[in-house]
Each structure stands twice: as C-alpha cells, then as structure tokens.
Design a protein around this ligand. Structure first.
Ligand SMILES: Nc1ncnc2c1ncn2[C@@H]1O[C@H](COP(=O)(O)OP(=O)(O)OP(=O)(O)O)[C@@H](O)[C@H]1O
Length: 229
C-alpha cells in the first residue's frame, strides 16, 4: 500500500509530513520524538481533535482500526486487563481462540489464567493472537519487543515473521532499534523530526547508508549491542 501523504499539524506546526510504501513489511525507524507514535495513531484514526490530519493513500482496502488494521503495543504487561482471565479478553468463539493459541505457540491451558500469571513473552504472544483475531490486512507494531529480555525479543520477532508468512498480513513496524527492524522487515524508512531521511530495501540501506542520520542510528544500535545481549 502506498501512503502518498501523511501530514499531522497542531497550531499550524507540521509535526509530521511523510510518505511511505508498505509492500510487505516496513520498518519506520527514528529516535525519540521523530513522529513514530503520531504516525501510528494517525493511521488508527486516534489522534486528538486538536491535531489536523491529512492522510492520502492508494490501497485495495480501507484502513479501519479493529477491522483491516490491528495494533500490537509496546508493553504486553499493561496491554491486558489484569483481573480478567485471558479467555475473556477475546471477542471470538473459544475454538477460534484455541486455534490462534496453537498458531502463536501458546498452551491452551493459559486461557484459564490471569495476565499477571504469564511471562512477558507469553503475554506478547497473547497480544499478537488478539491482533490476529480480527484477521487484519495490516498490523501496526509499536516497539513490540522493547519490554522483553533479549532472548525472548528475538523469539517474538521471528514468530512475527513466521506468522506473516502463514497469514499474509502486511506489517508496519515502528522502532528506534535497527537490530529488531532488520529481523522482521524487508523495507525501511528512516524518519527524523517528522520527515523522511532515507528509505528503501533494508539490506541496501544497512549495507550502504547514504544519510548521515542513518549512519548515526546504525552506530547507536551497534554500540548498544554488546550491552543488550
Ligand atoms: N499533543 C501534542 N502537542 C504538541 N506536540 C506533540 C504532541 N504529541 C506529540 N508532539 C510532538 O510531536 C513529535 C513526535 O512525537 P511522537 O510521540 O510521535 O514521537 P516518537 O517518535 O513516537 O517518540 P518516542 O520514541 O519517544 O515514543 C515530538 O516532537 C512531540 O513532542
């Protein structure tokens, strides 16, 4: 899908002015304040009325939150209602939930538990199953693994890729972390202060970054790497 224009303005200040293409999986990468969250909220139609949004896209389906569009948030620990059993947090019949649980690699016995009784990795699998339950065309992921330990992070990122192969949805993966982005996404779009700095195939950009900002982001990720493993 081609987002030919996304502009977000508040009090005449243009916070975001970008365009991008999601062929299969696109990583939208930028540092804090670059406009990642605003972009996701704009696509979900969830920005406050004080913000003016201009969204133009060409696509075979309309972007509708909860229908064609699903969302996986950053922190699975706060994404679920803590005192409601997992099985009650889905709005689809039980056999369908059980099938989804098998697809995301969860034991169906966990359906009887409360969220605080699950690990971070298990909770994120539940949240991913929830996202899949509406059979979305596009899944928006907002730093979906930053709350997880490094080993679980890699497992979840690989799971997302495998699920994409199975279900065929598209992904917009928002992150500041190039190492995560490169595991999941074929394409990358780097943003800074609400503007596109560089975009293209992940492999090409990682091997041959042109913009100085891209190099800085890559260096920052490389420097953090030893620390994070
Ligand atoms: N309600 C608002 N009013 C004014 N400016 C805002 C508002 N919300 C966000 N901004 C500004 O828009 C810019 C982009 O914010 P956004 O939250 O999208 O960044 P981000 O890339 O998601 O950062 P982070 O990684 O820290 O979540 C920032 O400069 C932010 O201060």
């Amino acid at each position: 899908m081609n987002i030919s224009k996304l502009q977000i303005t508040i009090n005449k200040k243009k916070l975001v002015d970008i365009a991008f293409n999601i062929t299969s999986s696109l990583a939208l990468v930028g540092q804090s304040g670059s406009g990642k969250s605003l972009t996701i909220k704009a696509l979900l139609g969830m920005l406050p009325e004080s913000m003016e949004v201009k969204l133009e896209y060409e696509n075979s389906f309309k972007l509708t939150a909860g229908e064609t569009l699903a969302f996986v948030p950053q922190n699975p620990f706060t994404a679920l209602s803590p005192l409601t059993k997992i099985k009650r947090q889905f709005f689809i019949p039980l056999p369908k939930i059980q099938k989804l649980f098998a697809q995301v690699g969860l034991d169906i016995e966990l359906l009887e538990r409360f969220p605080p009784e699950l690990s971070g990795g298990q909770l994120q699998r539940v949240v991913i199953a929830m996202a899949l339950s509406s059979e979305p065309e596009l899944i928006l992921l907002d730093e979906p693994t930053t709350a997880l330990d490094p080993k679980t992070r890699t497992v979840i990122l690989n799971l997302l890729k495998a699920l994409q192969n199975e279900f065929g949805f598209k992904m917009l993966f928002v992150t500041h972390d190039m190492n995560s982005a490169k595991i999941v996404c074929e394409d990358i779009c780097i943003i800074k202060e609400g503007r596109v700095v560089e975009s293209g195939k992940m492999e090409d950009i990682l091997q041959n970054p042109v913009a100085e900002y891209t190099k800085i982001l890559m260096d920052a990720n490389f420097a953090n790497r030893e620390f994070r493993i």
